[in-house]
Ligand binder design. Structure first.
Ligand SMILES: NC(=O)c1ccc[n+]([C@@H]2O[C@H](COP(=O)([O-])OP(=O)(O)OC[C@H]3O[C@@H](n4cnc5c(N)ncnc54)[C@H](OP(=O)(O)O)[C@@H]3O)[C@@H](O)[C@H]2O)c1
Length: 306
């Protein structure tokens, strides 16, 4: 850990020393500590950020730290987040992988209606290419379900369309997002799946079995809302472990995810360089077996749950 001369007391993690090491999806090697760009757009992921230069600074700080996994989508803003990623980082540094998603669009009220017909998916891939300034997208997630979470139903037509786009050379690797275990299995029966991006954190553990099953098959699990998303994680047990270690609940939440399974990749979001540095430094925390037992009770039924 170093501090930048002449700046605030915010500790600056050493570039390249990211907690968690790396994971490989297909032939894409990424740092397990990535960055989620969604909330760089305006409130509720609509419109431009209040601080345009601040948003660019966060993205550049992520790349400077050696983060090689940036998660975004043309639906964020819409377009705004991809445009910020492009402005901050294009031409993209060697080894940096911008992961994007298709399958939902935005309405005037900021809703996320599905857009999974073949023509809609083709348009969304093209819009991602255009806004990110790329000829080929490294990894595209098919976003399923709705704002309430994953919903059952076949993804065959939509995923087959993405496989066609892959065969046409516009996309290298595919994943699914907001998906049920049955949909993950269905996608895998159609074409290779290198990652699943679902809601998962200390308080939302519906996917515990899926995380382990994917780990056994060498497939990445990328939890969205690792810090609780729009409602920060709050739990007495989490706060107590953080106090014991003299750190923050965010640090404990991220360290727990890194320790949960080697296939778990982090994409925490922040609009603050100081928070990015805090999160990178904090996620290196080594939780004890005792901590893990206490944290395991969060979000589970029973008197000890918090
Ligand atoms: N596939 C999907 O359907 C889907 C859905 C949602 C999100 N995602 C992806 O998942 C990524 C992560 O989700 P997210 O950003 O919404 O939620 P998140 O990572 O759980 O939390 C982000 C929030 O935590 C705050 N935060 C971060 N570090 C902090 C710190 N050290 N101290 C205090 N507050 C801190 C941020 O505020 P500050 O800006 O003030 O730091 C922001 O409000 C997104 O960027 C997106 O790429 C995917």
């Amino acid at each position: 850990m170093t501090t930048t001369p002449g700046t605030t007391t915010t500790p600056v993690p050493v570039a390249g020393a990211l907690p968690g090491g790396t994971w490989t999806m297909g032939d894409l090697e990424v740092t397990r500590f990535g960055y989620g760009a969604m909330q760089l757009a305006g409130p509720w992921v609509m419109g431009p950020p209040a601080d345009h230069d601040g948003a660019l600074a966060v993205l550049r700080a992520a790349a400077d730290l050696g983060i090689t996994h940036v998660d975004t989508s043309v639906a964020y803003g819409p377009r705004i987040t991809n445009e910020l990623v492009r402005e901050a980082l294009h031409p993209y540094p060697e080894g940096l992988h911008v992961v994007t998603k298709v399958g939902s669009t935005r309405d005037a009220q900021g809703g996320w209606p599905p857009a999974r017909r073949p023509d809609e998916l083709r348009r969304a891939v093209q819009k991602n290419l255009d806004t990110l300034g790329l000829d080929v997208l490294d990894l595209v997630n098919l976003r399923l379900g709705d704002a309430a979470g994953p919903q059952p139903g076949s993804l065959a037509e939509a995923f087959t369309t993405l496989v066609e786009l892959q065969e046409e050379g516009l996309v290298r690797y595919l994943g699914v997002s907001n998906a049920t275990p049955d949909q993950v299995a269905e996608a895998r029966s159609i074409g290779p799946v290198v990652c699943v991006q679902n809601l998962y954190n200390l308080a939302h553990r519906d996917d515990d079995a899926l995380v382990d099953a994917l780990a056994a098959d060498g497939i990445a699990y990328v939890p969205f809302f690792p810090l609780g998303g729009f409602s920060p994680l709050q739990s007495e047990a989490l706060a107590a472990v953080a106090v014991d270690h003299g750190t923050t609940p965010m640090a404990v939440a991220l360290a727990w995810l890194l320790q949960r399974s080697p296939n778990v990749l982090l994409i925490p979001g922040t609009s603050s360089v100081a928070h990015l540095h805090e999160n990178v430094a904090g996620a290196a925390l080594r939780l004890t077996d005792e901590d893990l037992v206490a944290l395991d009770r969060i979000g589970r039924p029973g008197p000890a749950g918090a």
